[in-house]
Design a protein around this ligand. Structure first.
Ligand code: 13P
Length: 257
C-alpha cells in the first residue's frame, strides 16, 4: 500500500449549509482522533466548494478539496459547465474524472475521459480516474479486459510528466450505491490486473476501491483487497462513518509497514 488515501464523493447531496456542518463535524473527529498516514479528501457539489474550502482553511483541517467533475475546455460558451481554472482558484487539489455516473448518465465516453484526464493531470492537480465494469460484463467474466481497455483509452496519450498525478479508482457499477460490496478477493484480483495494465503502459499509480464501502467492511477490504484506499459515496455523508473508514485504512497501513 502506498500513500493511502480516502476520498468522499458527496455526489448531488448537501446544500452549502449542510456541507459546512459535515466538514466541521469531520474536523472535530479528525482533531480528536488524528490520522497518521491517510490523506483524506472530500468532493462536494460545485456550489458547496467555496464554503467547504473556507472551513478547511479556517480550521486548518488538512483535507484535500476535490471536485466531482470538470469541463475539458479552458473557458467560453459551455453553459452549465465549470472550468479547471475556476476550481483551482477555490483551492481544489483533486478532481474525479470519468465517474461511472458521468459516463452512464451524461454521455462521458472514453475519449472525453482521456481529454479531461489530460487537462486535470496536466495542470498538476490529482486526477482520480474512475473505472469499473457493470454487472453484465462481470457475469460474462470480462471485467479485467473491460477495465484494462478503459485504462488504456484514458491513459495512453497522457504526457509523461502528468502521469504521477493519476490515481485510479476501481468502482464496479454493480457495487455503487447498492449495498452489495465487492469481495476483498474480487477487489484484489481486479487491482492486480489494473496494476499490470498500468505497468504495460509504463507507469504505476495508487489504486482505490469504491462501491458500498462502510465502516464495517473497510478493514477487510483494506487488509485483503491489495488497495491503496477508498472512494466513498453514501457513507461519506456521515462524519462518523467516514472517519471510521479513514481510521480503518490508517490502522491497516500502520500494521503493514
Ligand atoms: P457508494 O459508496 O454510495 O456505493 O458510492 C460509491 C461511489 O460511487 C463513489 O464515487
Amino acid at each position: 500500500m502506498r500513500s493511502p488515501a480516502v476520498y468522499g464523493n458527496w455526489k448531488m447531496n448537501l446544500d452549502f449549509v449542510e456541507a459546512v456542518h459535515l466538514t466541521q463535524e469531520l474536523g472535530v473527529l479528525l482533531r480528536r482522533t488524528p490520522l497518521e498516514h491517510v490523506e483524506v479528501g472530500v468532493a462536494p457539489p460545485f456550489v458547496d466548494l467555496r464554503s467547504v474550502s473556507s472551513v478547511i482553511e479556517a480550521d486548518r483541517l488538512g483535507l484535500v478539496l476535490c471536485a466531482q467533475h470538470v469541463n475539458e475546455y479552458e473557458a467560453g460558451a459551455h453553459t452549465g459547465e465549470v472550468s479547471l481554472a475556476m476550481l483551482e482558484r477555490l483551492g481544489v487539489g483533486a478532481v474525479l474524472v470519468g465517474h461511472s455516473e458521468r459516463r452512464r448518465l451524461y454521455g462521458m465516453d472514453d475519449a472525453l475521459v482521456a481529454r479531461t484526464l489530460a487537462r486535470v493531470a496536466g495542470a498538476g492537480l490529482r486526477a482520480i480516474l474512475c473505472v469499473g465494469e457493470d454487472l453484465a460484463v462481470r457475469e460474462a467474466g470480462g471485467e479485467a479486459a473491460f477495465v484494462a481497455e478503459q485504462l488504456r483509452a484514458a491513459i495512453a496519450g497522457l504526457a509523461e510528466g502528468a502521469r504521477a498525478r493519476v490515481t485510479v479508482a476501481y468502482e464496479p457499477l454493480w457495487a455503487i450505491g447498492t449495498g452489495v460490496v465487492a469481495e476483498p478477493a474480487q477487489v484484489a484480483a481486479q487491482n492486480e490486473s489494473i496494476r499490470s495494465t498500468l505497468a504495460g503502459l509504463g507507469f504505476d499509480a495508487p489504486v482505490l476501491y469504491g462501491g458500498s464501502v462502510t465502516a464495517e467492511n473497510a478493514t477487510d477490504l483494506a487488509r485483503d483487497g491489495a488497495l491503496d484506499g477508498f472512494l466513498v459515496g453514501g457513507a461519506s455523508l456521515r462524519a462518523e462513518a467516514f472517519h471510521a473508514i479513514c481510521r480503518a485504512l490508517d490502522d491497516c497501513y500502520a500494521s503493514t509497514r
